[in-house]
Every structure is written in C-alpha cells, then in structure tokens.
Design a protein around this ligand. Sequence first.
Ligand code: FAD
Ligand code: SIN
Length: 536
Amino acid sequence: MSRIETDILVLGSGIAGLSFAIKTARQLPDKEILVLTKTVEGESNTRYAQGGVAAVWDHEHDSFDKHIADTLDAGAGLCNEDVVRIVVEEGPERVREIIEWGARFDKEKEVDMYDLAKEGGHSESRILHYKDLTGWEIQRTLMEEAKRYPNIKVLEHYFALEFITQHHLGHMVIRVTPGIECYGCYALNKQTNSIETLLSRVTICCTGGAGQVYNATTNPVIASGDGVAMAYRAKARIENMEFMQFHPTSLYNPAGENPSFLVSEAVRGHGGILKTEEGEEFMQHYDPRLSLAPRDIVARAIDAEMKKRGTDCMYLDCRHLNEEDFIAHFPTIHEKCKSIGFDPMTSMIPVVPACHYTCGGIQVDEMGRSSIKRLYAAGECSGTGLHGANRLASNSLLEALVFAHRISKDVCDKFDSWSINNKVPDWNAEGTMDPQELVLITQSLKELKSIMSYYVGIVRSNLRLKRAMDRLYLLYKETEELYKTSTISPQLMELRNLITIAYLITRSASDRRESRGLHFTTDYPDQLDFKENSIL
Ligand code: FAD
Ligand code: SIN
C-alpha cells in the first residue's frame, strides 16, 4: 500500500479539472496540484465536444439578457437564476482566457470576426467552435497549458474509488450528519494494481457525466458517473438526476458502436432538416421552432415518430447544403458518414436519439462547494443550478470554465485553513480474491443498460419505473456481494457506480409526479405550478 500526500487533489483531466488546475497553479505556485485521470489525460467527454461554447460575443445582435432568457426557457423553471446570470456574464471572460492559452475558434472568411454558430433553443448565433472538433481543440489547449506549470502533476491510469471522510476513521456518518469532511480519496493504481491512499487538503471532483448507464450514448466509456456515485456514498447531496439529456441526433449505425457517433446540433443550425424516410418534414407537428427546437422536444418528437412508424431511425437531410461549406464546417461528420458507406451530400443521414448529458449531479453552491466540507465539484458531475430540467446546447463547456475559475478563487482564499489528516487508515482488502467469473460483471452491465434504456429512457411511466427499480435492486444486491468478496477492478467499480447512478435517476424520476423538461411520464403528462429540485 502506498500513501501520497498532496496539497490539492483533482479528479479528472477534462475541461473542469484542467482549467481549475491551471488557474490554481498560477495562484499557488509553491503548492502541488495532483490530477488523477482514470485512463489517459486526453480521454474525456470534453475531447468529443463538437458544437462549441456558447457565449455572448456579438453585442450588436446578442445580449446577456437573451442568453439568460434562452437558458431559463430550456431549463423549464428549475434553473437557479442567479447562477444563470453568473455563468452567462462571466462566461465570455473565461472563454477569452482559453483563447489566450491558445484555443483556436473558427473565424469568418475575410473578416476578423468569430464564425458564431446557432444551436437548438438559442435565439441568436453565439456558439464559438473549431470546425466540428471544438472539444479536441480545447482539450489540446488545456493539456499544453497545464504542462507549463511544474506544480501540476497528472497521474494517468489512476481510478478513484471512494472519497475519504470521517466514515473511514470509524465514525458513524449518515446523510444528515453535519460537518462531514473530505480528506482525499482511495484510488486504484491500474499499473501496479494496488489501492493507494491519496491525502489532500482539498479535493475537486471533475469526473464528468454518466451516459454509459444507457445502451446508446454519445459519451465515451469513461463516463460512468464515478464521482457522483462516490459523492452519494460519502453522503453528499445529489440533485436532479432524473434529467438525463438525450441528444436527438446520434448517427444510426446498424453495426452498433459504443459510444454512438454524434451528429452535432450545429448541422441543424447550419440548415440540416429532420425528415421521415420518405423525405417529409415532421417537426411542424411538435414545435414552431422546427428542427431547432430545444433538445428535449426534438428527441421526444423523433422517438414518437420512430415508435409510430416502427422504424429504427429518422433522417437529417443536408443534401440541399453547399458541399464545400459543409465539409469546411463538419469535416469529421462528413468523413464518418463516408466511412460507413454513404455521402451526406447525396443521401439523408440516419439519426437516432442517444443519451448525451447528465444535467443533475453533486449539488454545489455558487462557488462550487458541495455539501461535504473540503470537497468541491465542477463540470458535468456537478449540479450548479445552471441547467435546471434541461441543458441549453453548448452551455456545459462554459459552465465548467466559469465554475473552475470560481472554485480556484475560493480554494486559494481558504487554502491555509486546511491541513492533511494523517489518521486515515489504508484500504483494507482482506478476504478478497480475483473474481472467478468476469461474465458476472459484463452481463450485469448489459442488463443494467437495458433496464435503463427500456424503462427509464425518453418516455417513462409509473409501471416502467417500478419495474426498473425492482430489477435494479436485484442487480445492486448481487453486485454488492461480489464487491465484498472480490479484489477491486475498474470494471467492477464502474458497474457498481453505474448501478448507483441508475438508482439515483430512477428514484428521482419516480418521485417527480409531473412532466418537466427532460423528464416525461405518461402518468403525469403536465407540468405542475409548484417548482422543486429533486434532492437525494
Ligand atoms: P470530462 O471532460 O468528461 O472529464 C472527466 C474526467 O474525469 C476524465 O479525465 C476521466 O478520465 C476522469 N474520471 C472519471 N472518473 C474517474 C475516476 N473514477 N477516477 C479518476 N478519473 C476519473 N458541451 C458543450 O458545451 N458544447 C458542445 O459542443 C458539446 N458537445 C458534446 C459532444 C459530445 C459527443 C459529448 C459526449 C459531450 C458534448 N458536450 C458539449 C458536453 C461536454 O463535452 C461535457 O459536459 C464536458 O466536456 C464535461 O467536462 P468535464 O470536465 O466535467 O468532464
Ligand atoms: C452538439 O454539437 O450538438 C452538442 C452540443 C452540446 O451538447 O452542447
């Protein structure tokens, strides 16, 4: 067993984790910032972002008030208006910073102006992007900038298992215990296969989303909700987990692939039109904003049309668009379509909804502080109040930048008041052995994803949710038995974390007796006047 002591522990090397690390390394040059990442530094949801970063840039046509109104409208009454204002107003400054660090965003031809794109739910064009590879460009920039600070140390192939709190010192900790504190985390060093004790003065959770709880998702396989599940087990407050966002247009690929390839909403912003197999438009039956209505509406419309017609996908028609322009804006999408055998300039793109974004997460205040002392959360694993019941497209990269900055400020202000807790014991692996049959883990994961996809997907009902809960309980019991007797592996931990995530989604969905934003149930199709966040 090895023990590592560090000043600041960051879990995750996506936009939230790295931008926090960079900011803090500048402010506290003599403090060590240790960034753990469970595979390689560059693998994250961030890396796959296509559309871009929403920020008010063109003050002639756009305004903070318009961006705020669009965010509130998408959030269906559950956004925290103060947080929305903070993110929208501070956002452009944060974007400017990553531009200074080297992020390239596309400009219009022949004028020194950013080429601002439009996506669903936005009343103006305000999305800065780098072709359809915005996330790749941001991840590259942050990794290069982080390398400039000798006090940032990135540990790859380190899988965080549990946050360490008073519970690990033998104290009774229940959900309402006041003053729970985080002293770091236990993590599996995947290269040595040993569990290490990482002690820190403060911990920032930036572990991203949980899309892998569904069969079809645009999220890479690292997105297994680890941070949210760990925080729930550590008795942090978790909010709004029923609001899982399905992106309307992932590429339908009969060969199946995990993750599903995204066809950016920016393609619809660029003029792509949703159609039936016969080439008929259908969005006029659902929303006056047609193909650019907010995501929840478009995803439900596609789902309803597919169910009505008994088809596996609907279509996105780009055949009327200028080929050169399309390829310049969407080179990756164009290439991907070609790689699976069709040309999007001559054939319609088959599309299907896929789980895309976790709107809820670890509840934090306006400085990113969770309900556990010395534990902050930023990015997709956090519930800041920005998204409410539905996230506005391209608001998440912005949210991560703004909250990473705010957390950095709070951490720098408070840093001297924290110290390392040396009383923490090492991980106890007594009585465990290598699981004899890995099939128990792989099959349970398949079952879990099916339960969530069929019973807790885009459309829900009391019966489906009850059935999901019963099945989940069985999987939970079996997996906890396995966990108690087996040596820890990433596969087992991801399964365990995803079962917790599935429980949080299903439980919050069952408690919500209305339809709002991303949560739609046939038993309560209307939205109530009374607005409430779900807190578990
Ligand atoms: P991530 O970038 O996912 O990083 C999470 C990090 O945590 C990873 O480094 C991972 O290895 C690490 N980690 C996780 N668990 C553990 C563990 N147990 N131990 C150690 N490390 C761990 N948003 C927009 O605003 N605009 C877009 O255009 C856009 N397009 C998108 C397209 C796709 C295909 C996808 C999937 C998402 C898109 N999003 C977009 C959403 C956005 O990319 C994410 O919300 C955002 O990047 C999340 O950043 P993050 O730093 O919170 O997490
Ligand atoms: C997209 O490009 O459609 C994704 C944008 C987002 O998820 O914010």
